[in-house]
Design a protein around this ligand. Structure first.
Ligand SMILES: Cc1ncc(COP(=O)(O)O)c(C=O)c1O
Length: 469
């Protein structure tokens, strides 16, 4: 019989409690791989919760790869969902050439990673900005610590723990000028004059992030990605990376979510190779099916440097991001931040912490999730209508998806024709270090486009493609 306590007085939802209890037992190998779980009805009566609570927890564990359903048999613990070398260590609880362009262009631009600027919460932000400006004590107008304001780091630590399963104290957080600076400083942290950092990067991956590493002098080791994310079987100890850069919640561009087995393999690799993992969690708030998968950092806070940003949730114009660091790196990282720009602007941090503290942030995320879901649906249905042969990858999260057309190669000539039709889409090949594996795929971002514009853009795209066939 499987039993564990649930706390009805806790503010934590019963589903999350059941999910956590099961997840921890699986990760620590208490519930061994291949073990059959009780039916949802049985577990519900053993633990004393409703069947729906158990069903939801099972669904979440299924989506994350901890469980598998065997038809006509039941639900089982999936293989590879625990740490083979250190079950006891699992903590319980709790394009180098030039700059990427950011110039706005004419036409319909399916640029990925552009949030809906028309929904920026101007009124609330403006009111909070005024209040902060008028009432903040004078010392806030002097220099502050390189790590950022205590207010923001406190509210952020709480948010990250509740929403992303990140395990950290506020003093492990350093507020940066976007994820861009966070990644630049991490590269510096791992580089010395005679030894540039060696960074294993997903391939394909966002060129902007890759360029940051290259610009800071790192040498890059491409690791292939499939529809689930980084292919951990392709990591080699012989490559001796200092860092592995991953987007486990929502790979860019291919859109996969890394299943638990690969998360464990990745952490095991880092432990054996004595290297560190950078987890860039840039848009996980926008998950449209189920609950966002917990962070990788929560599985091993000593091996993972977690990087986040407010660029997708709110606006890239804020230039606020952060790194959550293992203890051993905090001091040196703060020093690097100090030498980079002393600190990120204080008033913006104070406005943001009030925005989060007063509940506007959660509300904004809920609102934006609905808007992006609608925009995604508009894109998917326009693709089904105009390009019915398209295969759509990574469609249930974030603000972009990948379109694969079995009989079309997105050559330069075709991309030029598409642009001439007044549409900008992005070839996955453009993001690849090793060329030749993604010629039939394009990335389409939808965050910054209304459903009407999306429909028009896809119609033009289909016409331009057909004109060349
Ligand atoms: C993977 C990824 N992470 C993070 C960011 C955000 O960077 P920043 O916080 O500097 O705006 C981007 C921006 O495009 C991105 O593509």
């Amino acid at each position: 019989m499987l039993w564990f306590p649930v706390d009805r007085t806790s503010s934590k939802a019963l589903t999350s409690q059941v999910y956590d209890q099961l997840r921890q037992r699986i990760l620590s190998n208490e519930l061994i791989e291949g073990a059959k779980l009780p039916s949802s009805r049985e577990l519900a009566s053993q633990v004393g919760v409703s069947r729906n609570v158990v069903l939801e927890a099972y669904d979440r564990l299924l989506a994350e790869g901890y469980l598998e359903v065997r038809p006509q048999s039941g639900t089982y613990v999936a293989a590879g969902s625990f740490f083979p070398s250190a079950a006891g260590e699992f903590h319980r609880g709790g394009a180098p050439a030039g700059l990427p362009s950011s110039n706005p262009r004419g036409g319909i631009d399916f640029r990925a990673a552009h949030p809906a600027a028309d929904y920026f919460p101007r009124v609330v932000w403006g009111r909070l900005a005024k209040e902060v400006c008028m009432h903040t004590p004078e010392q806030a107008f002097g220099y502050s610590g390189a790590e950022g304001t205590a207010e923001l780091r406190h509210v952020l630590a709480r948010y990250l723990s509740q929403a992303r399963g990140v395990r950290c104290r506020p003093d492990q957080i350093v507020v940066t000028s976007g994820a861009t600076q966070a990644l630049h400083l991490i590269t510096e942290l791992f580089s010395s004059k005679d030894k540039p950092a060696r960074i294993a990067v997903e391939d394909p991956v966002t060129d902007e992030m890759r360029t940051i590493f290259a610009y800071a002098g790192a040498s890059l080791l491409p690791i292939p990605v499939d529809d689930k994310g980084i292919r951990t079987d392709a990591l080699s100890l012989e490559d001796r990376p200092d860092l592995v850069f991953v987007l486990p919640s929502h790979q860019f561009p291919l859109g996969g979510t890394l299943p638990i087995q690969r998360r464990i393999q990745l952490i095991e690799f880092a432990r054996h190779a004595d290297c560190f993992i950078i987890e860039d969690d840039y848009d996980s708030e926008f998950t449209y099916e189920g609950v966002p998968v917990h962070s990788l950092q929560g599985l091993d806070p000593e091996r993972v440097i977690y990087v986040g940003t407010f660029s997708k949730i709110l606006s890239p114009a804020l230039r606020i991001g952060y790194a959550v660091l293992p203890d051993r790196f905090i001091e040196r990282y703060r020093t690097l931040k100090w030498f980079a720009d002393r600190h990120t602007p204080t008033l913006e941090q104070l406005i943001l912490s009030r925005f989060m503290e007063e509940g506007y942030f959660d509300r904004h995320i809920r609102r934006m999730r609905k808007i992006y879901r609608k925009r995604r649906e508009a894109l998917v249905s326009a693709l089904r209508l105009h390009l019915p042969e398209a295969r759509i990858l990574g469609q249930s999260a974030g603000m972009h998806l990948v379109v694969e057309l079995p009989d079309v190669q997105f050559t330069e000539a075709l991309m030029t024709r598409i642009q001439a039709a007044g549409v900008h889409v992005y070839a996955v090949e453009h993001y690849a270090l090793v060329k030749g594996n993604h010629e039939r795929q394009i990335v389409m971002g939808y965050g910054g486009l209304t459903p009407e514009v999306i429909q028009e853009g896809v119609a033009r795209l289909a016409e331009a493609i057909r004109a060349g066939v």
